[in-house]
Ligand binder design. Structure first.
Ligand code: EPU
Length: 429
């Protein structure tokens, strides 16, 4: 098991190259099985999650190679079911449901459980696939889905917390090979869904309304191979932007698309953040930003993404006055708050709202990362805290931020990974 030791308050500055999007890459890898021809994906981030998805594809019989950010996938002949436990190990493997049922006509897959950020049901995925004519049974913890022919229809992907992102992805994939026309209402409009649609169009899918909440998909008999470059990771971009502001440093972020983070940029600019686009780069002037308190809420795209809520909490500890953030997508996604408090943060929770009073001089502490985005929050807090922090659970960060430690070291962060055996874990730290 690895831990990371971070010495806080070292001056940061310099250039960060943002990676391709994890949440665009995982559905794109899954969608590659919709054709028996070669699909090439560029700018695939080298993460535990993308490697895990690659392993599942190999298990299904795909030819798969991954080098220097480029993945080649060929699902010439596939069979079997995604291996047991995969959905529990990586929830995003649920993205295989739609592609597998469309390509193989049947799939048995472990039902994904809840996770630390909430219950995370898949009822909307199943409702959408059933509407396309899929027979679905849930027994002994398995989802069994089958359909001799998928048939186009009109359906909705809306739910109590907005439209489901990976549910929309599953139904889009299934609809591309269905007979007739599918109209998807309340489709998630997240950039990762849009990116998948662009990739599918390159593969021969007929999709109208890309980027809108109603998609019309004309089913085709077969899809073909294609080459597609993934969009930049807007959550990684946002995380480094928030780090620059929290640490009052100057960072130049490259290989990004700021328009994917419009809601965040708008609210930060309105509250004193200074940044500018210079050529292809995005320069954050943390040292001259004078941030005022903010009261924000997470919303489906184009609103503020839930995946930035935790790192925003770290920034709020460094803004004078009362800040708040309401979590509308996963009402219980405040698992980072107890750990932030260990570092001295003044946070109170009122239902789905966190109220954070700053400025707090955080102090280094021993903390445990409970999930990916909570990890980003704790790294940010440790980087601005006085003294040393020792952080366990760093494998969560490796799931979603490519070369995070190396990118941080390059801009001046002082940190190091250490191996700790499980038995010695408590003793050593
Ligand atoms: N929901 C239902 N029923 C469903 C599906 C979802 O009630 O059938 C609820 C969820 O419980 C949640 C809300 O709807 O309250 C939104 O869930 P959604 O299905 O949109 O989330 P997801 O597709 O499972 C993706 C990202 C998450 C990101 C969310 C929201 C991937 C692989 N994951 O998850 O990313 O938080 O959309 O934008 O794309 C992360 O990267 O750290 C992460 C968790």
């Amino acid at each position: 098991m690895q831990v990371v030791r971070i010495q806080g308050r070292h001056p940061l500055g310099g250039l960060v190259s943002v990676s391709g999007s994890k949440n665009a890459g995982l559905p794109a890898l899954a969608a590659a099985i919709l054709t028996d021809e070669v699909v090439t994906l560029r700018r695939v981030p080298d993460l535990n999650d993308t490697r895990f998805m690659g392993r599942i594809l190999v298990d299904l019989g795909c030819e798969f190679s991954f080098q220097a950010g480029t993945a080649h996938i060929r699902a010439r002949e596939i069979g079997g079911d995604p291996f047991d436990g995969c959905v529990r190990q990586m929830r995003a493997s649920v993205c295989l449901l739609g592609p597998l049922v469309a390509r193989m006509k049947r799939v048995n897959m472990p039902l994904p459980g809840g996770c630390v950020i909430g219950p995370r049901p898949i009822d909307l995925h199943l409702r959408g696939l059933r509407a396309l004519g899929c027979e679905i049974f849930i027994q002994n913890g398995l989802v069994s889905a089958s359909a001799e022919h998928l048939t186009g229809t009109t359906l909705s992907m809306g739910g109590p917390f907005g439209s489901t992102v990976t549910g929309t992805v599953n139904v889009i994939c299934a609809a591309t090979l269905a007979r007739g026309t599918t109209v998807i209402r309340d489709a998630a409009r997240e950039p990762e869904v849009v990116d998948l649609c662009h990739m599918l169009v390159k593969m021969g899918a007929k999709i109208d309304g890309i980027g809108e909440s109603t998609l019309t998909i004309e089913g085709v008999d077969r899809l073909h191979g294609a080459s597609h470059g993934l969009i930049p990771d807007r959550i990684e971009f946002g995380t480094f932007l928030l780090l620059a502001l929290a640490s009052r440093s100057e960072l130049e972020l490259t290989k990004i698309n700021p328009s994917l983070c419009g809601a965040l940029l708008e609210v930060l600019a309105a509250n004193g953040a200074e940044f500018e686009e210079v050529g292809d780069s995005f320069v954050v002037h943390g040292s001259r930003s004078n941030l005022r308190p903010m009261h924000l809420e997470t919303l489906p795209f184009p609103g503020l993404p839930t995946d930035l809520q935790a790192p925003l909490c770290a920034l709020f500890t460094q803004i004078s006055g009362e800040n708040s953030i309401t979590e509308n997508i996963y009402p219980n996604r405040f698992i980072h708050v107890d750990e932030l408090r260990r570092m001295g943060a003044n946070v109170s929770l009122k239902g789905p709202r966190a109220i954070i009073r700053g400025v707090t001089q955080l102090s280094g502490a021993q903390v445990v990362i409970p999930d990916l985005r909570a990890g980003a929050c704790l790294y940010l807090a440790a980087l601005v805290a006085k003294g040393e922090s020792l952080i366990r659970g760093v494998h969560h960060v490796d799931r979603g931020y490519e070369n995070f430690d190396e990118k941080l070291k390059k801009i001046g962060a002082v940190l190091q990974r250490e191996e700790v055996s499980r038995e010695n874990d408590c003793k050593k730290i």
